[in-house]
Ligand binder design. Structure first.
Ligand SMILES: Cc1cc2nc3c(=O)[nH]c(=O)nc-3n(C[C@H](O)[C@H](O)[C@H](O)COP(=O)(O)O)c2cc1C
Length: 327
């Protein structure tokens, strides 16, 4: 079944949410909305777009996150994304990494809300799928409620009806990207206030959710919750939230592993290195008996058909029937 909403989303994460992880996450969380890693518009226009955009049909609903600040380039990149089959185009206005700052996009764009509005307008004209924005509460000393309210107001007027808000501001210099995900304090009430002030907009809250209870409690205030690190580090948390939000039981671990093993075998036959897929299994037994052994075996699998055979026997040695709800 394809979720039509943003109730539960998995965050875009560079070097994490590639197509292999997204395939695995889809097995774990059948209804969650998935996001790609950020891909710059320039990379799509001048690079190997087919490779960058490749995804499996099972991933739907899946959003392509773009980085950029030139309306024409973003419009063209969005067009490529929709032609490839993506369900949503998301603009990154929240990432404070050096690379992003140098290109004057990501979080720095919060300072240029009219430009963001132009970008959204151009993308909206180019494609029919929703164009959404992922942003922060502010940047540097531009951290008042009024600042983010005016940003959302301006961009909403340009046709963006969904905002994913990482509930902290970003410092554009002085902090590493990792520190920028930890040091500026979280302010959930401010995101709730945005929802009250923009009731017509879909507001998705992001930042710091690590339990089922805290994640689903947000749904009383906003339209959706997005998990990043916790979804990667503890995949079963995501399974439990998906089941809680959408109903049913969490998917069974043996079923997930068997299906992913089939996917890995198919990809391996097409030349995809084993490790680029199995690295995403490391979080699957987080905090559970045998977790350390699981991670050690995974890192020692090797590659090719022998590696796949070792993966198969590793999966067979697990206490398979335990099920995810016990995690
Ligand atoms: C390794 C890593 C890579 C990230 N890459 C992106 C990215 O490409 N685009 C983006 O908008 N945010 C990116 N983020 C930020 C996440 O999307 C999310 O906003 C942040 O991690 C806070 O959510 P969390 O506390 O649930 O992890 C990244 C975060 C991590 C940990």
């Amino acid at each position: 079944m394809q979720a039509q909403t943003h109730l539960l989303c998995v965050a875009p994460m560079m070097d994490r949410t590639d197509r292999h992880l997204r395939y695995l996450l889809r097995l774990i969380a059948p209804h969650a909305r998935l996001y790609t890693e950020m891909i710059t518009a320039k990379a799509l226009l001048h690079g190997d777009a087919e490779r960058l955009l490749r995804f499996d049909g099972a991933e739907h609903p899946v959003a392509l996150q773009l980085g950029g600040s030139e309306p024409d380039e973003l419009a063209e990149a969005a067009r490529l994304g929709v032609a490839a089959g993506y369900d949503e185009i998301n603009l990154n206005v929240g990432c404070p990494s050096d690379r992003v700052r140098a290109g004057c996009f990501g979080a720095a764009l919060m300072l240029e809300r009219d430009r963001v509005a132009d970008c959204v307008r151009a993308m909206r004209t180019a494609v029919r799928v929703p164009v959404t924005v992922k942003t922060r509460l502010g940047v540097d000393h531009h951290d008042s409620y009024e600042f983010v309210r005016d940003f959302v107001g301006t961009v909403a007027a340009a046709g963006c009806d969904t905002f994913i808000v990482h509930a902290r501001k970003a410092w554009l210099s002085g902090l590493s990207p990792k520190e920028n995900r930890e040091i500026p304090p979280l302010d959930y009430p401010r995101v709730h206030r945005l929802k009250r002030e923009f009731p017509e907009s879909t507001i998705v809250i992001n930042g710091g959710f690590v339990t089922l209870e805290d994640s689903v409690a947000q749904l009383a205030h906003v339209d959706g919750v997005m998990l990043g690190r916790a979804a990667y580090q503890d995949s079963w948390l995501l399974a439990r939230i998906d089941a809680h939000v959408f109903g049913g039981d969490p998917v069974a671990e043996p079923d997930v592993l068997a299906a992913f093993e089939r996917y890995v075998a198919g990809e391996l036959a097409r030349g995809t290195p084993l490790r680029s897929m199995t690295r995403h299994l490391l979080g699957m037994r987080c905090g559970r008996a045998g977790g350390r052994r699981w991670r050690r075996y995974l890192s020692e699998l090797g590659d090719g058909a022998p590696g796949l055979e070792r993966l198969r026997s590793l999966v067979r040695t697990l206490d398979g029937g335990a099920g995810l709800s016990a995690a």
